[in-house]
Design a protein. Structure first.
Length: 164
């Protein structure tokens, strides 16, 4: 965590953007593309046969999904540190939403593949504009370093005063 604290605000934002892209790629690959090659709706025996017939690809999908969770966790840490100068409560709320509550509800549909398949276009249509614009903002614009440092100093000063 100390290493993250020494990074410039722009590097924090861009690192978060890279993690966001990696999370998205591994998530789509592991949770959407791979399972679609194996699942036969209404036929568990055919699904099992498909999995056993190409076990390495199935395991690669599971691995990609696990990597996606790790990327999301790292992304949340970087975004927490990026948004901390806005306010500790705001940053903690953002982290809570990113790790336990809202994000989880959106991806909850993947627990039942038929529901995930039925809602895939709906979920994508709702998520894509916001997710993509946020990623591009993180990668291309990042943050205004001087303004970020001013807000960080002000937040630090406010915390110090609150402790006195």
């Amino acid at each position: 965590m100390e290493r993250i604290n020494r990074m410039s605000p722009r590097t924090l934002a861009r690192t978060a953007g890279v993690l966001y892209v990696l999370e998205g790629a591994t998530s789509v690959f592991g949770a959407s593309l791979i399972p679609g090659k194996f699942i036969v709706p209404g036929d568990a025996a055919a699904t099992a046969a498909n999995i056993l017939g190409n076990e390495p690809l199935y395991l690669l999908g599971i691995t990609a999904s696990l990597i996606s969770v790790a990327m999301h966790t790292a992304l949340t840490v970087f975004l927490y540190d990026t948004f901390k100068p806005v306010g500790r409560v705001v940053a903690q709320t953002f982290a809570f939403i990113g790790l336990m509550a809202i994000t989880g509800l959106g991806y909850f549909t993947f627990l039942w593949p038929p529901l995930a398949n039925d809602l895939a276009l709906f979920n994508l249509a709702i998520a894509a504009p916001g997710e993509l614009s946020f990623v591009f903002w993180l990668l291309l614009a990042g943050v205004n370093s001087e303004r970020w440092k001013q807000q960080a100093r002000a937040a630090e000063e406010e915390s110090r005063r609150a402790l006195e």
